[in-house]
Structures are given as C-alpha cells and as structure tokens.
Design a binder for this molecule. Structure first.
Ligand SMILES: [Zn+2]
Length: 297
C-alpha cells in the first residue's frame, strides 16, 4: 500500500505514520531523513543538497525526487510505503506523480488528517522538547504528564523541557498559513484523482489510527476514480463512539473544512477588508493576522 499522509503541523501526521508503519509493515519514507542521510553519506545527491543548505537555499525538488527514486529501489518498499514530508505543494505533487508512474508504483491513497484550527494551535503551542534527549512531549495532553515523569534516557534526571522557537504561537500561526496556502491545493489535486480520504484526526491517538486504517482498507480494491471520489465525500463508517459534533463535521468534511479554514485564509489574503481603519500602514502582515485571530470568538 503506497500512501501519502497530508495534515497541517500538529495534525499528528508523524505519530500516525509511525503507528501505520508498524501495523502495515511498510516503511515510512521521510524526505527529511533521506536528505540528512545523503548529506552524511556524502553521496552525489548529498553533496548537492549540502551545497544548497549551506547556501541557505531550499533543496531543489528534483534532488529530493532523486532521493525518493533511490529509496524506492530498495526491496523493503515492495509492499508499499508511507511518504512523509513530501509533497508539500502542487508542483511537487505533480512531479511525484510522474516519478511514481515511471516506477510503476502509483499511490493507492492520500489521507488527509483533519484537525480544527484552534486545536492545531493548542497542540503545537503545547509542544515541549527535552533539551537532553530530544524527545517531544505535549503539555496540553494528560498522557504527556505520565511519560514526562519517567527519567530522561540521556541524563537520568527528569527531562529538561524547552519550547523550540518553531513552536511558539506567532511561528505556529505562520506555519499554518504556509500550510494553508501551499499544501491545501494538494487536497483538490488528489481528490480529483480519486485518491483522497479525509479523516477526523481529533480524539485519542488509537481512535485516529483506527479511522486511518478504515479509510485505507475501505479504499483498497476499489480504486475506480468515481467510487473513490464519491467515498471521499461520504465516509463509509459513520461515527463510532465520537460525539455528535464531530460526527456531523466528519460527514460534511469537505465543505465543513472549507468553511472552517476560510477565516485564516481570508484574514491573510485580504486583511485590509477586515480592519481597514485600525491597521497602521507599517504594520506587518503577521501582526494583523495575529490580532485578527485573537478577535475571533
Ligand atoms: Zn530527556
């Protein structure tokens, strides 16, 4: 099963990839890991990647695609893979599509993990990283308290939790805006190809994994674009033990998510319309976005 997981920062993509990898016995292919390994290994692609990174540039898509191509030649990917960190925009999705077609390893499903905007902000702002061992905890969840209390594997003392600069609230808002702007169009791209499944990614980790498995296995065997396109609009398994609010939002995921996300996009793209008089001319876009967000109920 060849899968791409899509989800905003904080949607739990990393956690779910890990769990899926174990359950489906397929490798997770992280482009970040591939890049780091290539640079460390000093391969030709690795040297080019290092040049780009040292120069403060983004690593070119062709280079990342080259790494993915190399990785997919390894035997453990025959059963499938979970692609993580790529594609992040439409151009990358199209390039990936061409590569996978050439390799005759087309995607089976693209699963979008849907999480409410406010919840995303809460989750990322709650992230703390241990300065000694690098483990990531979340102060906004109860289960974190239990795991935090175990001694640090590195220091033997309690974990030393710090908040990474990336996870402070201003940066989170900016990361979500970038996701919104660049990654959202992918959803339509994959929907049009009949590959998209949307799942409610709020709630307990185990529940989300269960929904993920259901979405994947429901799609296996019926790949016809028509069926798939229809199924992405109407999930086959209506709410298990989820509260009715969530069940309702899941039933109309595409339209609900559209309207749910709109405020952040709208305040980003046309901030002037929202508060024409109050904005000082020199104010940064980030500033206006943050204040707009705070004003929302
Ligand atoms: Zn630690």
């Amino acid at each position: 099963m060849r899968i791409v997981l899509l989800g905003a920062p904080g949607s739990g993509k990393g956690t779910q990839s890990q769990r899926l990898m174990q359950q489906e016995h397929i490798p997770q292919i992280s482009t970040g890991d591939l890049l780091r390994a290539a640079v460390a290994g000093g391969t030709e692609l690795g040297r080019k990647a290092r040049e780009a990174m040292d120069g403060g540039r983004l690593v070119a898509d062709e280079l990342v695609l080259g790494l993915i191509r190399e990785r997919l030649a390894e035997p453990d990917t025959r059963r499938g893979f979970i692609l993580d960190g790529f594609p992040r925009n439409l151009a990358q999705a199209q390039a990936l599509d061409r590569l996978l077609a050439t390799l005759r390893q087309p995607l089976d499903a693209v699963v979008q993990l849907e999480v409410d905007y406010g919840e995303l902000v809460r989750r990322i702002s709650g992230r703390r990283t241990c300065a000694d061992c690098g483990r990531v905890f979340n102060v906004s969840t109860a289960s974190a308290e239990v795991s935090q209390s175990a001694p640090c594997a590195q220091s033997g003392a309690p974990h030393r939790l710090i908040q990474r600069p990336d996870d402070n609230e201003a940066t989170v808002t900016e990361r979500l805006r970038v996701y919104e702007e660049q990654t959202r169009p992918l959803i339509e791209f994959y929907r049009a190809r009949g590959l998209l499944r949307v799942i409610d990614a709020e709630g307990r980790v185990e529940e989300v994994t269960q929904r993920l498995e259901q979405a994947l296995h429901a799609s296996a065997g019926r790949r016809a674009a028509r069926t798939a396109a229809a199924s992405s609009r109407k999930p086959r398994s209506p709410g298990r033990s989820t509260p009715s609010r969530k069940g309702a939002s899941r039933r109309t995921t595409s339209s609900a998510s559209g309207s749910k996300r709109k405020p952040s996009v709208r305040t980003t793209r046309t901030p002037d319309k929202n508060e024409p008089a109050r904005r000082a001319p020199g104010k940064t876009r980030t500033g206006s976005r943050r204040s707009a967000r705070r004003e929302r109920p």
